[in-house]
Design a binder for this molecule. Structure first.
Ligand SMILES: Nc1nc2c(ncn2[C@@H]2O[C@H](COP(=O)(O)OP(=O)(O)OP(=O)(O)O)[C@@H](O)[C@H]2O)c(=O)[nH]1
Ligand SMILES: [Mg+2]
Length: 357
């Protein structure tokens, strides 16, 4: 990585460090667009202790995530906390109707200088995180926000990504979003620190709450029978929460956390206080049990992996020898004298050898 930083980025960095919101916004764009020098900038900007309390919110489209995040943001502000919000939107910022909706809902918050709101588009149409969401969250953290809230639309497995980005994960379901069995199948039991059944003014909410509680108890029972629910989970994919089940439950000597299932009516604010208490309670648990440190370390390891992978990919596909070998070898694969594996093998030795020779 380039240790050097351009004069322009140095100026930006100074304004970022001085706490200028405009500089934060520009720094985010620099990172989001992966513009030249963004890694050097991140390196310099992140070389500072970070203390943000990060809370992730995920759930199906239209579950009321933004309405809840807006309600919580107001509460945090009332308690004099600075809040940064990232809404990761599956639609493009240029054509997204949902984004506009978020903007309008969060509009009344946007004029408060203690609040910073940013929307990011995902790569695909399936939700989850955008390529640089984690880095943008790091920036907000380094900038000094006490709270960093991230909203992502969960569609199937995409909500799992949020575990690598937040300390506390709130999974928001609604009576329409299906039953607890579906939630279990989607892996939500593994990622949720807090369950919220929003739209509790609608029929079916009580039922879903009961089912979720039952499912959580069943799962706990299984874990006690020495069948951890987390076996087979891909650590790389799970990121920060990858080691959650086993290591946290085996070290049960400290404080433990029982996943609460709360009910809210986001637009009227009903249940928001309970949610705040649960978020605070989970924070206390994270700190007292030492799990926070573990999650942060897992997150750090994850970030290093990301950077190494990105750099390797970039190095490989910009390497003249690699490109030559690929070009020269494809005909052999087509005619059957080479295979993708033999060619990849020689490309890798070309690449890895080149660093040491
Ligand atoms: N009946 C009812 N409607 C709600 C409740 N909470 C939110 N809504 C409405 O549900 C719709 C979606 O709310 P949002 O907050 O945009 O939901 P979201 O999960 O952020 O949506 P996306 O970001 O588009 O996935 C809005 O029209 C809200 O007013 C609730 O508790 N009860
Ligand atoms: Mg939303």
């Amino acid at each position: 990585m380039t240790p050097g930083i351009s004069t322009e980025n140095q100026a930006l960095l100074e304004r970022f460090r001085a706490g200028k919101k405009v500089a934060l916004a520009r720094a985010i764009s620099l990172v989001e667009d992966e513009r030249p020098g963004f890694q050097a900038f991140l390196h310099a900007a992140l070389e500072t202790p970070r203390f943000s309390k990060r809370v992730g919110f995920t759930g199906p489209p239209g579950a009321g995530k933004s309405t809840l995040v807006a309600a919580l943001t107001r509460e945090f502000r009332d308690r004099s906390e600075d809040v940064a919000v990232v809404a990761v939107d599956p639609t493009s910022p240029y054509s997204g109707g949902a984004l506009l909706g978020d903007r309008i809902r969060m509009n009344d918050l946007a004029t408060d200088p203690g609040i910073f709101i940013r929307s990011m588009a995902t790569r695909g149409s399936l939700g989850g995180l955008a390529a640089t969401t984690r880095e943008v969250l790091d920036l907000m953290d380094a900038f000094g926000f006490q709270r960093v809230l991230v909203e992502t639309v969960g569609v199937g497995q995409t909500e799992l990504e949020i575990t690598g980005a937040a300390d506390t994960v709130v999974v928001i379901l609604v009576p329409e979003s299906g039953d607890a069995i579906q939630a279990m199948k989607a892996g939500l039991m593994e990622i949720a620190d807090i369950f919220v059944v929003n739209k509790s003014d609608r029929p079916g909410a009580d039922r879903l709450v009961k089912d979720l509680r039952l499912a959580l108890h069943l799962r706990e029972g299984e874990a006690l029978k020495d069948v951890p629910a987390h076996h087979g989970v891909d650590l790389k994919r799970m990121g920060a929460r990858g080691d959650r089940g086993e290591s946290e439950s085996e070290e049960a000597q400290g404080p433990t956390w029982e996943i609460p299932v709360l009910q809210t009516v986001a637009h009227s604010g009903e249940g928001v206080d309970d949610l705040l208490d649960a978020v605070a309670g989970h924070r206390a648990y994270l700190e007292e049990s030492g799990v926070l440190l573990k999650r942060r370390e897992a997150r750090a390891a994850d970030r290093v992996r990301d950077v190494v992978e990105r750099e390797l990919r970039k190095t490989a596909w910009n390497h003249p020898g690699v490109l030559r070998a690929l070009e020269a070898g494809v005909a052999g694969i087509v005619s059957g004298t080479e295979t993708p594996y033999s060619l990849a093998g020689s490309i890798l030795s070309e690449l890895l050898g080149s660093g040491t020779k």
